[in-house]
Design a protein around this ligand. Structure first.
Ligand code: ZN
Length: 455
């Protein structure tokens, strides 16, 4: 990610109401041209003047799809645009925004609109748009009124004024939560993230994804080696947070931190608490063959995932879900649930309720959890292969070769292995792997007896 010429959240310039254009001069044309350049350079489909720091009612749009089957949007420049009429029929689509890196949220909008605007010479133009073009025009007009995607995706969040939020999170999947909070009306007073770590074969120092986005958004970032350090506590106190939002920070929060924010710490956990507490909830939901799981937003207390619940939402586990796809499916709904629940919680209008029901515990997964035990029923092996994806991945020892098993499914009572990867080789179809000369491979799986081999 690089700094762009486009204004990013949480810059308040994006919240101002833009002024009507009354003078149609060469400067207006230059502004439109600069906006087009910025939009194209950032591969956007639309841009509004406030996004380049000009509080004027001017928008540009253009879209050339790579797939020619999609409808193109011709270059359109609209001055003082207003929607005069919108269809009652609506649809939902994930909307991103050039001013909000790392976030897409589903937004419902009318599928067809009539709009009135002027061109760069001040001449009146009438626009009738549907589908993507109608959506982009509405998104850009929203910018002219200081409205951003989270306001649409979670309308309650517009009441989040002046809430002082500290965000704690580290990996890539925590990024959209930070982006969403930064583009809400809450005020991010600090971001606390994991330390830079050597990763990969060359042990190159890598910054946590949350740090990168926080710096891009000009948010103050802290990377504490230990939260037990008294200096860390002092710096945290100085931020005077009302609430702390924690998404996969990576370390336990000490109890002397918990009492500092007025509203405590809210954590997003990927199970229906009190079920599947601990560090591998969604992986264990798949492993156990559950049909449903969900996410819980709860208030941290001294225990591990034992605090009172603010929001809980149920979600169906698809028979093909991997841990990766299941987690991905929970990100957007939990962001929306968080944004929707925060205002009432902050105003003291909703009280988290204590956890009740049967609890269960998960532990940190290790590499060893990926080893396939062929004595187990095929159903459980198939679930293990999905549960360990993307990490640690499943494997089995074939002779003196370690074989990674990336994906498989069940047919009747046999395991059909789809993709494998022998050590030091690229991933390949299981059939190709079996056919590649070495007889011991086939012999191994014949002995296993549970795998479909006539493929
Ligand atoms: Zn936008």
């Amino acid at each position: 990610m690089s700094k762009s010429d486009i204004i990013l959240v949480p810059d308040l310039a994006l919240r101002a109401k833009a002024k009507k254009v009354t003078i149609f001069n060469p400067a207006l044309r230059t502004l439109a041209n600069n906006m087009l350049k910025a939009m194209r350079a950032n591969r956007g489909m639309g841009l509004a003047a406030p996004q380049v720091g000009q509080p004027q009612r001017l928008i540009v749009l253009e879209y050339e799809p790579e797939d020619k089957a999609d409808a193109a949007i011709p270059l359109t420049i609209l001055v003082n645009p207003t929607v005069t009429d919108a269809s009652r029929e609506t649809d939902w689509l994930d909307e991103g925004c050039l001013s909000i890196p790392g976030l897409e949220l589903p937004v419902e909008r009318p599928i067809q609109i009539n709009a009135l605007a002027q061109n760069l010479d001040g001449k009146r133009v009438k626009i009738r748009a549907k589908g993507l073009m109608a959506r982009i025009i509405q998104h850009e007009i929203d910018h002219l009124d200081g409205i951003l995607v989270p306001d649409r995706a979670a309308p309650a969040s517009t009441r989040l004024t002046d809430l002082r939020v500290v965000f704690m999170g580290t990996p890539a999947f925590a990024v959209p939560y930070l982006s969403a909070l930064a583009s809400s009306r809450a005020r991010i007073v600090g971001v606390i993230t994991g330390t830079d770590k050597p990763t990969g074969r060359d042990q190159k120092t890598t910054q946590p994804p949350v740090k990168k986005i926080a710096e891009l958004l000009n948010l103050p970032v802290w990377q504490f080696e230990s939260l037990k350090d008294p200096l860390a506590l002092e710096q945290f106190k100085a931020l005077r947070p009302d609430v702390v939002i924690v998404v996969a920070y990576g370390k336990i929060i000490p109890s002397n931190w918990l009492a500092i924010p007025r509203l405590g710490f809210l954590n997003v956990h990927y199970s229906l608490l009190p079920a599947l507490r601990g560090p591998s909830p969604h992986q264990n939901a798949i492993l156990a063959g559950l049909k449903q799981t969900g996410f819980t937003i709860f208030q941290l207390d001294k225990g591990i995932d034992t605090g009172p619940i603010l929001v809980q939402k149920r979600l169906t586990i698809k028979p093909t879900d991997t841990s990766e796809s299941l987690l991905a499916a929970m990100i957007q709904p939990s962001i929306i649930a968080l944004l929707a629940a925060l205002p009432d919680f902050a105003a003291g209008l909703s009280q988290p309720r204590p956890q009740s029901g049967n609890s269960s515990q998960t532990r940190l997964l290790t590499k060893a959890d990926g080893e396939i035990d062929w004595q187990k029923p095929v159903e459980s092996i198939e679930r293990q292969i999905r549960a360990m994806q993307p990490w640690p991945g499943c494997y089995t020892q074939v002779g003196d070769e370690r074989l990674l098993v990336h994906s498989a499914h069940l047919e009747a009572d046999k395991l059909v292995i789809d993709t494998v990867q022998p050590a030091g080789r690229p991933p390949m179809a299981f059939g190709d792997y079996l056919r590649s000369n070495q007889a011991n491979r086939l012999t191994f799986f014949q002995r296993v007896g549970k795998v479909k081999l006539d493929i």
